[in-house]
Every structure is written in structure tokens, then in C-alpha cells.
Design a protein around this ligand. Structure first.
Ligand code: ACO
Length: 427
């Protein structure tokens, strides 16, 4: 591609630099466009707009490729741990053994939350959605950890990052415990990050809790698969919130709010609810017909993706993990059969083929989480727990980017032009 892009506007010609990344499509650098032409670009949903430079994650949606710092997600999910991936995303390289031990030790020592925070939970109704609780409680962390809210201090940024990654499992587990009326469980530092989360969620003080290693591994893998996904809606929200200089806890709370939506993180909950509603394979054609009907707002949840126009590589790992968890727990769920058949039928249907709609990460994750014992309302909270690593890494990258500016999109105004105020009695 040429190293400049030409634009003709209002009878004048303009040239804009074309920038190349290490891999992936080139970008046209239009930063000077408004100053030179008095015109903006129009791109609702940012479908053609790169909002930042990033070294963290690369996605090739057509090929179904997802790399973290260059490493394919399938290799990371197969061979590494969530702690290793967290270190990789935050620091750029995989840790040596002593670096990983030190990082894991640090995260483990930050898993407790301020005792006063428990009172915060008690202000919620018992039937509050865990994501509503997470939004509130994570935002409230800024009121508890004043010594890590100065974003201009690199040491405070690191401490805030560690605190967020370490405390999310504790907060998510507390949200669950509160909803079922059981006592909060304190973290147990002898356990792994994921084992500790399982114990805080499913353990009770009255008896010892034994972590099932297959479930622990499966959950750790689910966390790896959700750790980061470049400039998705919630990550962009975290960057946008952070671009004003807001403190890290408030920024992550903003990310949680965005992730909650059913078109984003909320899709795993919606996907399992949909599979349960379908119930048996014979009802699949009816739901496929509804998904194709332009007059019906229904969509196949867990299908389609803004970036992937091929099989989501995370869905492949997820599908395999379902079988492992079923075997380990000696359970099965008819919903898995429905999911497999639905995938097969949709992938051979012209509508889905032409629109390049494939299963995404959420299609199978709910089946696993349900088998492990999580209620559907917790699914998105688990996603938030894992994605906190990506949010924090992206937030740190943004703060240290010399090109960073407050995020402030422009608009195409289509409202009334200037008019005079008319007193109320004369309208
Ligand atoms: N079922 C049926 N049709 C679909 C689906 C679906 N799941 N997804 C997209 N389409 C159709 C749309 O109707 C549209 O058709 P048209 O061109 O005839 O109007 C076309 O495919 C393109 O869809 P858009 O909504 O324009 O694509 P976009 O990139 O904006 O949306 C999204 C992506 C939101 C993920 C969409 O595919 C969707 O709603 N999927 C279901 C929800 C879901 O699973 N979300 C999880 C995303 S992954 C994540 O957040 C971790």
C-alpha cells in the first residue's frame, strides 16, 4: 500500500500518512483532517476507526487468529496459567520461573478486601444482579485504597493493577455468597488464584472445601480465554474513562458496566438461557427461522462477532473443555447436545454462511459454568473477573502512551438550528 492516502474535498486535495503496524491492516492517520478540511469522519460503532496504538493483543477476524503479545490463544490456553497470561499482558513477556513466583505471591497477598467493604454488600437487596454489585463495589474501591489512585505515579499504578486483579475473585465470590445468603469466605493463600476463587464461591466455613483439579484447570482456562480482546466495547470504555484521568478503580467499574450488556459480556448468560429455552434438538429449526426473520428481533446468542468472520478460536477451546468438565464431574447436560446440533445446523445454513456468523466464546462457556455450579447471573461477573487483567493492562498502556489525549469523539449534528426561546404561555 502507498504511504499516503489522498482525499478530495470541496475541490481541494489532501494527503494523509498511512501507518503500518507489525501485522494487520494499515491505518490512515487522519489526525490533521479536521484542522485542514473543517470536516469530520463519520463512523458510528467505530467499525473503521483505530482509537489507539497497542502492543497487547492482535486479532485477525477473517482467519480466526487471536494473539496475546504474539502468542496464540490456543497455546496459552493449553499450556500456560491465568497468572502467567496476566503477567504477559501487563509486562510484555512471559515470566521466568522466579518472576512468576514473585508475581503470584504479590497477587495472592492482595486478595483480601478491606473489612468495611462487606458493609457495602449488605446495602444491596439479596436478589441484586452480581454485575450491579460488582459495578458498585469495584467503583467503591477508590474510596478504600487512596494510596493507589494517583495515576501519574507509576508505583501507585502497579499497586492498583495488582489490587484489582487480586480482589476481583474475592468481590465476585462475595457477590455470589450474598445472593445465596451464605457467609463470605476469606481467601486462602495456600490455594491457586483460581482454586481460591472456587473455594470462596462454593466453600462454607463449616467444612473443608476440596478443589477439583480438573474444574480448577477448566476455570483457569476460561479466565485465560477472557483475559483480553483488544479494543472491544468494555476495554474502549475503560480507556475512554481513563483518558480523563479518572482513577483506575472507577475506570474498571465503567468497564464492568459496559460488559454487562447482552451484546457483549452478557451474551454468555443469554446464550445458555436460549439453549435451555430451545430445550431439545427438534426445536432448533424454529429458532434458526426466528434468527433469520428480519421482523423478529431474536438473534442466536453466542453467534456472530464484530471482528471474527470465522470460528472464534476461543470457542474451539471452550467446546473441548465442556467434555473435560463433564467427565471430571461425571455429569451431562442435554443443553450441550442442543448446542452442538445448533452449531452444526447454523453452520450449514446459507444465512449464517453468507453473513459469516460463527459461534463465539460465549456459545459454550455457559454450558461449562453451569456444570461447575454457577448460576447464569454469575456468568458475566466471571467474565469481568478475567477481563480485569486486559482492562488494567490496556489502561496502563494508555496512561504511558505519549499520544494519549482525552477521548472526545465528534458528531454529525442533525438537530434544530438556532431558534429563539418562546415563553411557556405562548407555546
Ligand atoms: N443471529 C442472527 N443474525 C445475526 C446475528 C445472530 N447472532 N449476529 C449478526 N446477525 C446478522 C445481523 O442481523 C446483520 O444482518 P443484516 O446485514 O441483514 O442487517 C448481520 O448479521 C451483521 O450483524 P451486525 O449486528 O451488523 O454486526 P455487528 O458486528 O454490529 O454485531 C454482534 C456483532 C453484536 C456480536 C452480533 O453478532 C450479535 O448480536 N450476536 C449475538 C450476541 C452475542 O453473542 N454477543 C457476544 C459477542 S462476543 C463477546 O462480547 C465476548
Amino acid at each position: 500500500m502507498s504511504d499516503t492516502a489522498k482525499l478530495s474535498l470541496g475541490g481541494k486535495d489532501f494527503e494523509y500518512p498511512v501507518l503500518s503496524g507489525s501485522v494487520g491492516p494499515d491505518v490512515v492517520d487522519i489526525r490533521k483532517l479536521y484542522g485542514q478540511t473543517d470536516a469530520f469522519t463519520y463512523d458510528p460503532g467505530f467499525t473503521s476507526t483505530a482509537s489507539c496504538q497497542s502492543k497487547l493483543t492482535y486479532i485477525d477476524g477473517d482467519q480466526g487468529v487471536l494473539l496475546h503479545r504474539g502468542y496464540p490463544i490456543g497455546e496459552l490456553a493449553e499450556s500456560s496459567s491465568f497468572m502467567e497470561v496476566a503477567y504477559l499482558l501487563l509486562n510484555g513477556e512471559l515470566p521466568a520461573k522466579d518472576e512468576l513466583d514473585k508475581f503470584t505471591y504479590t497477587i495472592t497477598r492482595h486478595t483480601m478486601v478491606h473489612e468495611q467493604l462487606a458493609n457495602f454488600f449488605r446495602g444491596f437487596r439479596r436478589d441484586a444482579h452480581p454485575m450491579a454489585i460488582m459495578c458498585g463495589v469495584v467503583g467503591a474501591l477508590s474510596a478504600f485504597y487512596h494510596d493507589s489512585t494517583d495515576i501519574h505515579d507509576p508505583v501507585q499504578r502497579v499497586i492498583a493493577s495488582h489490587r484489582l486483579i487480586a480482589k476481583m475473585p474475592t468481590i465476585a465470590a462475595m457477590a455470589y455468597k450474598y445472593s445465596v445468603g451464605q457467609p463470605f469466605m476469606y481467601p486462602d493463600n495456600s490455594l491457586s488464584y483460581t482454586g481460591n476463587f472456587l473455594r470462596m464461591t462454593f466453600g462454607v466455613p463449616a467444612e473443608p472445601y476440596e478443589v477439583n483439579p480438573v474444574v480448577e484447570r477448566a476455570m483457569d482456562r476460561i479466565f485465560i480465554l477472557h483475559a483480553d480482546h483488544e479494543q472491544n466495547a468494555s476495554t474502549s470504555t475503560v480507556r475512554l474513562a481513563g483518558s480523563s484521568g479518572a482513577n483506575p478503580f472507577a475506570c474498571i467499574a465503567a468497564g464492568i458496566a459496559c460488559l454487562w450488556g447482552p451484546a457483549h459480556g452478557g451474551a454468555n448468560e443469554a446464550a445458555l438461557n436460549m439453549l435451555r429455552e430451545i430445550g431439545t434438538p427438534d426445536r432448533i429449526p424454529e429458532f434458526i427461522a426466528r434468527a433469520k426473520d428480519k421482523n423478529d428481533p431474536f438473534r442466536l446468542m453466542g453467534f456472530g462477532h464484530r471482528v471474527y468472520k470465522n470460528y472464534d478460536p476461543r470457542a474451539t477451546v471452550m467446546q473441548k473443555t465442556v467434555r473435560e468438565v463433564f467427565d471430571a464431574l461425571k455429569v451431562s447436560d442435554p443443553v450441550f447436545e442442543v448446542a452442538l446440533r445448533l452449531e452444526e445446523m447454523a453452520l450449514s445454513d446459507d444465512y449464517f454462511i453468507e453473513k459469516k456468523l460463527f459461534p463465539n466464546v460465549d456459545f459454550y462457556s455457559g454450558v461449562i459454568l453451569s456444570a461447575v455450579g454457577f448460576p447464569t447471573s454469575m456468568f458475566t461477573a466471571l467474565f469481568a473477573l478475567a477481563r480485569t487483567v486486559g482492562w488494567v493492562a490496556q489502561w496502563n498502556e494508555m496512561i504511558t502512551d505519549p499520544d494519549q489525549k482525552i477521548g472526545r469523539p465528534r458528531q454529525l449534528y442533525t438537530g434544530p438550528t438556532q431558534r429563539s426561546y418562546v415563553p411557556v404561555g405562548e407555546r
